[in-house]
Design a protein around this ligand. Sequence first.
Ligand code: ADP
Ligand code: MG
Length: 481
Amino acid sequence: MKYEAIIGLEVHVQVKTKSKMFSSCMYRYGESPNTLTDPTVLALPGTLPTINAEAVHQTVKAGMIFGCEIAAISKWDRKNYFYPDCPKNYQISQNDNPLCHGGSVEIELEGAARNVMGEHRNVKLNRIHLEEDVGKLTHFEDESLIDYNRAGVPLIEIVSEPDIHSGAEAFAYLNSLRTHLVYAGISDCDMEKGQMRCDANVSIRPVGQRELGTRVELKNLNSISGVKHGIEYEILRQQNVLEGGGAISQETRRWNAETCMTTPMRTKETAHDYRYFTDPDLMPVKISDEMKVDILSKLPEMPFVKQERFYWMYNLPYTITSVLCPEKILSDYFEEAVKFHRGPRTIANFITNDLLRMAGSMPLESVCAKISPQNLAELAKLVDDVAISKQSGKEVFNEMYETGESAEALVEKHGLRQNTDIDELKGICRGVICDNQKAVNEFLAGKDQAINVLKGQVIKATHGKANPQLVNRIIRELLSF
Ligand code: ADP
Ligand code: MG
């Protein structure tokens, strides 16, 4: 029997706002536990919520980016549950009248590299709604600690249709979501900081069957690749169960990134009944056409559009644009540098090879701050003008990265300016040809690599300052009669 996988993702994203969703309490990541609270966040008696307009604005923006229908009037509901992370015993959310319906997320599939763009498709969305985050529980062996700093932070939930079919597609979907939300300034989407969290619903069905299989919800997927691996494991597990004559039970399973397995957490019998009802403390929100027009007029260029533009404008291949464009910081840095020297290919190569190699796991913001765009452009110009060799370029780059010194200064300091006096170089090449008859004869007899012996001698004679490509060209010219 052949099976196909059906996956729907529920993604929570913290909205980047100064204050919390229903109070003026500040929020910042990484502060000491329980220092960012106020009576409303802690649900002390007599407190009432007020709506954070900026969070509504950002949610509508997200809806517009993904082509959702924006509700003219949207309301708030109480999602009731009793758990220590939730001070009010209910979470204010949106149940039956969310801010955004429908829409889709464009994804780019890997391994489909073409000249301009990879292979693209749209994953359908069900909805995007706005709610408040809850506190963060940390469990230890015999106690649990709670931090209410996170409680009340604006949170959007982006729910996809069951329109994803593999771990790789889920991976592409999350990358696209993240990239678009970061570009639009809606969130930083750092999964390590819990700013983006994903639950995956996974089912399989025999190919040709119309109705969906029983789904399993995966939790604890803490990274984008964790989501991919968790889904891939779960698809295989479900196939094994069905092929062994068993049935899938609807349950929630936890992904364990260490063992690379999912294990049961709870079954449907213990699932929550949230008893949703409209929150009587909050008025519905009305989204005006003026607000939508305003948001639309301020939307920045989106990543896939930029990727295509980089191809046409700078003649950069997909292998480079697909690294630069998903990261707003990198692509902005690139365009800044190109303003100082029109050598896009050399600049892009420095960024995608050398800069990213040095970056490791450092945040891109601090990585790009190491070398100013102007300094990078200056270095690229020296390489493009063959004033220094590519190899020296790499060495200078590394030193610039460590010291912040300018390219010109380092090239002078180390005497790296290469010999580009063609006549002088020709003279040296002639000398080397006379002194190395054996290699010359081999080359003329058709052994092409014999030229390396000659090139090596010229480089040696110039103390490494001759440009290898130039030497190569001159020797071939001299030997072609
Ligand atoms: P709940 O409210 O219990 O989370 P929803 O109907 O809102 O359930 O669905 C949650 C997610 O599960 C959505 O992303 C949806 O696309 C997905 N989903 C629903 N049914 C299936 C299924 N049979 N297989 C895979 N995903 C599914
Ligand atoms: Mg769910």
